[in-house]
Design a protein around this ligand. Sequence first.
Ligand code: ZN
Length: 458
Amino acid sequence: MKKSLTLIILIFFFFNSCKKEEIKSNEAKITSFTVANVKGTIDEGKKEIMVILPSFSEVTSLPSTFQVSAGAILLQGTITQQNGITTNNFTNPVTFTVQAEDGTKVNYNVIVTVTKSNEAKLLSFSFKKTLNNTLMVSEDVVGCLKNTTMTMNLLETDLNFPNTVSIIPSFSISKGAKLLIEGIEQTSDKSTYKFSSLPTNVTVKAQDGTEQKYTLNLTSQILNIEEFMKKCPTDDILFSKFIKDFEIRRNGVVVTSYDCNDKFDVVLRILQAIRVIYYVDIYKKSAYLPWTNMRYYDWLKDRVQGFDIVDDLGGAVGVCCRDYNGRKFISLASTKNQSSAVIKYTYQEWVYFAGFISLVGHERRHADPGSYPHNGNCNGVSGDAEYNEKNLGAYGVAYWLSKAFKSGILEVGVKCLSTAKQDEINNLIGVNNWAATYFCLNPPPVNIPASYKECTCQ
Ligand SMILES: [Zn+2]
């Protein structure tokens, strides 16, 4: 009896231990590990899992989805990982422990790497008015990017290099990138950069070090004439200067109020013409007018200090000049006496102004010593004796100015206008109609090919 009981006990232990070895596995492997939908690469030999995430991924609190050996569990420290639920901070490598069914433990290191961005784009660049009090700008200057050239148009600022211009730039660039001007890192809205030469080199450096070079150019130029003329002249930052330099009268009476809503008003047309004349050649670096070393505005102001709008000019559209209190005035016909071809244009339309500014030049030429009278009565009209760019008469000045706008000597962004408007300007600029007859000797070409440069920025 004792013998058989021992046998039974032995048999029991034998079977019991046999059952234990069959059920409890010692396998402790991670067979799959995914973070933020990116599957990791498992190096079973090194017990290392690499996960490479897209740039700018947040890694401080990410759940992982995993598969481990059958019957095993995954731990981080002492915390059992709930598949797809428990979060971990992957800023640094994280050690996970697989605990097999039989308690065997194996560690894996999970290394999450965030890809560094290679994007190095300059997205926007501007000079905010509020941050740049020293700049004479009436509104924020927003850069125009074409290919890799960013153009900043500081129309109201006389750049006058090589004097430095200190500016606080505002910009946006690719995420994680840095912007450097001539190698100096800039902080948007904060750093002051002293522009001392142009163009200036701008580099955008991506997070991974990839560089994109840009050229930054400052200009003072009318880039889109019709856009420029949308502004009522009374809103110009220099308006008080304009009306100080040039007095406006109507039939001899000084004009003191202006109505921007009266878009056909001759007063506004004249003020707009003064404004355009001031800015039209501000970008010109050297003397370019054949008859003077001055810019157009200064040449005009030099001998003319006012405009008088006259109802009855005896059929003329302009007469120079009349004195009021020691100031010389150009008389211009009020709309009453002007042709329907021109009175339909508002003070916002360049179509009319290209010719009007030439007319102002014509009248101004009469104020010069010798007055350049109309004395070329050779074609039945009273024009200039000859067209000589070394000594232009009144019609010669008008022709030359019209030519300047058509040929691109004075570039004001006409190409930004519709083709129909460009054609209208070409017709109305007036050169074709009178160039052949108003010069007795050496008449200039009747047809000047229009050479408008590509619109600088859309
Ligand atoms: Zn004349």
